[in-house]
Design a protein around this ligand. Structure first.
Ligand code: FAD
Ligand code: PYC
Length: 417
C-alpha cells in the first residue's frame, strides 16, 4: 500500500477517489498490518503515533469510516482537566494533562492548548462537600486544585453572577489552574500528520463492517467497505460505536450510547477568561480563540445513536448560562451539534484486552475523553505493543465489571449522564 502525507489526506477527503484507492481495492493478496486501529479520532490517531514513535511499530493502519476528527474529537467543548476523585483516575488524567503541556512542541503543530483554568461551581451544601472532597483528594495525589469562595470565584471570572437571589446561587468553586482548553480538530490533524510521517497508513472513508477470527479464536482481520485487511492485533477506538463493532467479534461490553450536544455563539471580542462548569445545572462555558462562546449541555435522557441532542436539553442549558452570566442574554447562537458518547456503569473508561485474543478496546470515555486524548493514546499504544496493560491503565480493564473493582467517577465526570 502506498503511504501518503497529510496533504494527500486532505486531497483524498475532498475528492474521495484516486488511483491509490482503486489499486488497494483490487489488491491480492489482502494487505496485512501488524496492528489495525479502528477509529480516526484523537485517541486512535494518537495511538498510531505512539506505536510508531515509542514502540517502533510502523506497519500500522488507522481505519476511519468518515473523515479523521469528524467524530467526538471534532465535536466536543475542549475542556481539559485532571481533577478526578480516585487515585487511579488522578494518575490517568494527570498523565494526559502532563502530555498536553508539551504536545504542540512534540507534534510541531499548534494545538492552541491554553491553561486558562477551570472553575467548577458549587450551588448548595451538597455540591460544596463533594467539590471540597475532590480538592483534598486531588491535592493528596499531587494534582493542583483549590477551593474559592464565591467572591474569589468572581474575581477570577468577572462575568460570573454571584447574587444570592439566583435560582442556583453560587456558593463557591473549585479552581484547577493547570486545566483549560485546546483546539479539538488540531489534535486529530497533529497526530495524523506525525503518524503519517512515521509510516502509518491512515485510511478515510473506510468503514469496518466485520471482524474475522481464525480457528483458534484469535483475531485474523477485518472486512471494510474498501476490502478485507489481515491483522492479528486489532484496537477498537470508536467512541459511541464501540458496542456495534465489538458485536461483530461476538464480544459484549457494559456500555450505553447517548447523544451529547454543544453549541456556539456568534464571535465577539475576548470577554471570558477561563472555563466555568456547573454540574448541578448542566452547563459549561468558555470562549474559543475565534471569539465564540462554546457551551455544552447534559446528555439526552434516552439511549440513541443520533448525532444531535434534544432541543429542550440545550434550552435548559442556555437558561442556566444566562442566569449565571447575565451579560450573555443578548448573544445569538450560531450552531448546535451533537456527538454519541459511550458510557460505562462507573463512568470510567475501559482500556485494555478483551476476552478475544488479539482484540483490544479503548472506550467508555463518556462525556469526558477529549482531555484524556494523549494519555489514553500513549497507554493504549503500550498495551497493544506489549500485549499487556501499562500500570496506569491496568485498573481500567474490562474485568473490573466482573470483579466489582469499579472506579466510580460519576461526580468528577461532571456532565449529567
Ligand atoms: P472519536 O473522535 O469519536 O473517534 C472515533 C472514530 O471512530 C470516529 O471518527 C468514527 O467515525 C469512527 N468509527 C466509528 N465506527 C467505525 C467503523 N465501523 N469503522 C471505522 N471507523 C469507525 N471530553 C472532554 O474531555 N472535555 C469536553 O469538554 C468534552 N465535551 C464534549 C462535548 C460533546 C458535545 C461531546 C459529544 C463529547 C465531549 N467530550 C468531552 C467527550 C470527547 O469528545 C470524547 O470522549 C473523545 O473525543 C473521544 O475521542 P475518540 O478519538 O475516542 O472518538
Ligand atoms: O469532561 O470536563 C469534561 C466535560 C466538559 C464538558 C463535557 N465534558
Amino acid at each position: 500500500m502506498q503511504r501518503f502525507s497529510a496533504l494527500a489526506l486532505v486531497r483524498h477527503a475532498l475528492n474521495g477517489r484516486n488511483g491509490w484507492e482503486r489499486q488497494w481495492r483490487d489488491a491480492e493478496p489482502k494487505p496485512a498490518y501488524d496492528i489495525v486501529i479502528v477509529g480516526g479520532g484523537g485517541h486512535g490517531l494518537g495511538t498510531a503515533y505512539y506505536l510508531a514513535k515509542k514502540h517502533q511499530l510502523r506497519n500500522v493502519a488507522v481505519l476511519e469510516k468518515g473523515w479523521i476528527g469528524g467524530g467526538n474529537t471534532g465535536r466536543n467543548t475542549t475542556i481539559i482537566r485532571s481533577n478526578y476523585l480516585f487515585d487511579e483516575s488522578a494518575a490517568l488524567y494527570d498523565h494526559a494533562l502532563r502530555l498536553w503541556e508539551s504536545l504542540s512542541q512534540e507534534l510541531n503543530y499548534n494545538l492552541m492548548f491554553s491553561q486558562r483554568g477551570v472553575l467548577m461551581l458549587a450551588h448548595n451544601s451538597h455540591d460544596e462537600q463533594v467539590i471540597r472532597r475532590h480538592v483534598h483528594a486531588n491535592r493528596l495525589n499531587g494534582v493542583d486544585n483549590e477551593w474559592l469562595s464565591a467572591s474569589a470565584a468572581k474575581q477570577f471570572c468577572p462575568p460570573l453572577n454571584i447574587s444570592p437571589g439566583l435560582r442556583h446561587p453560587v456558593q463557591g468553586a473549585a479552581l484547577q489552574r493547570r486545566a483549560g482548553t485546546a483546539r479539538h480538530d488540531a489534535v486529530a490533524w497533529g497526530y495524523a500528520r506525525a503518524a503519517s510521517a512515521l509510516g502509518v497508513d491512515i485510511v478515510q472513508n473506510c468503514e469496518v463492517t466485520g471482524i474475522s477470527r481464525d480457528a483458534t479464536g484469535r483475531i485474523s482481520g477485518v472486512q471494510t467497505t474498501r476490502g478485507a485487511i489481515r491483522t492479528r492485533r486489532l484496537g477498537i477506538v470508536a467512541a459511541g460505536n464501540t458496542s456495534v463493532l465489538m458485536a461483530m467479534a461476538g464480544q459484549r461490553l457494559p456500555l450505553e450510547s447517548y447523544p451529547l450536544q454543544a453549541l456556539v455563539s456568534e464571535p465577539v471580542k475576548p470577554a471570558f477568561p477561563c472555563v466555568v462548569m456547573s454540574n448541578t445545572i448542566h452547563a459549561y462555558i468558555s470562549q474559543s480563540d475565534k471569539g465564540e462562546f462554546v457551551i455544552g449541555a447534559g446528555t439526552d435522557s434516552y439511549i440513541s445513536y443520533s448525532q444531535r441532542g434534544a432541543l429542550h436539553v440545550s434550552m435548559h442549558t442556555l437558561e442556566a448560562v444566562c442566569e449565571l452570566f447575565p451579560i450573555f442574554r443578548r448573544m445569538r447562537m450560531l450552531r448546535a451539534w451533537g456527538g454519541i458518547v459511550d458510557v460505562t456503569p462507573d463512568r470510567s473508561p475501559i482500556i485494555g484486552k478483551t476476552g478475544i485474543p488479539g482484540l483490544y478496546v479503548n472506550c467508555g470515555w463518556g462525556t469526558g475523553g477529549f482531555k484524556a486524548t494523549p494519555g489514553s493514546a500513549d497507554l493504549f499504544a503500550w498495551t497493544l505493543a506489549k500485549e499487556e496493560p501499562h500500570p496506569i491503565n491496568a485498573p481500567f480493564s474490562l474485568d473490573r465489571f466482573g470483579s466489582g473493582r469499579l472506579i466510580d467517577e460519576a461526580a468528577a465526570a461532571a456532565v449529567a449522564h
